[in-house]
Design a protein. Structure first.
Length: 86
């Protein structure tokens, strides 16, 4: 995947076109340093959902709840999932 990089001055001039064609994220630079990322909103939301899922799976309380549920410890899996907002 090629990474698109664009100075903030070019982004300002071409913002409408960029927003209409956001296939890949655009790294926005200022004074030669990356300062922002311009990306498709649906992709951004998907990334947030994946991050939330990863954090939940890494949570020791969630892992213990799943282990207890799958070992027949008496907590239905549906209860574990709803406890953690799923």
């Amino acid at each position: 995947m090629a990474i698109n990089t664009m100075p903030v001055s070019d982004v300002r001039r071409n913002l409408s076109t960029l927003i209409g064609n956001l296939g890949q994220p655009v790294l926005v630079t200022q004074h030669g340093r990356v300062k922002a990322v311009l990306m498709n909103f649906e992709v951004y939301n998907e990334l947030l959902d994946e991050l939330e899922d990863a954090r939940m799976l890494a949570d020791p309380d969630f892992q213990a709840s799943v282990a207890e549920a799958t070992a027949g410890g008496g907590i239905p899996l549906e209860d574990v999932l709803s406890k953690h907002g799923l």
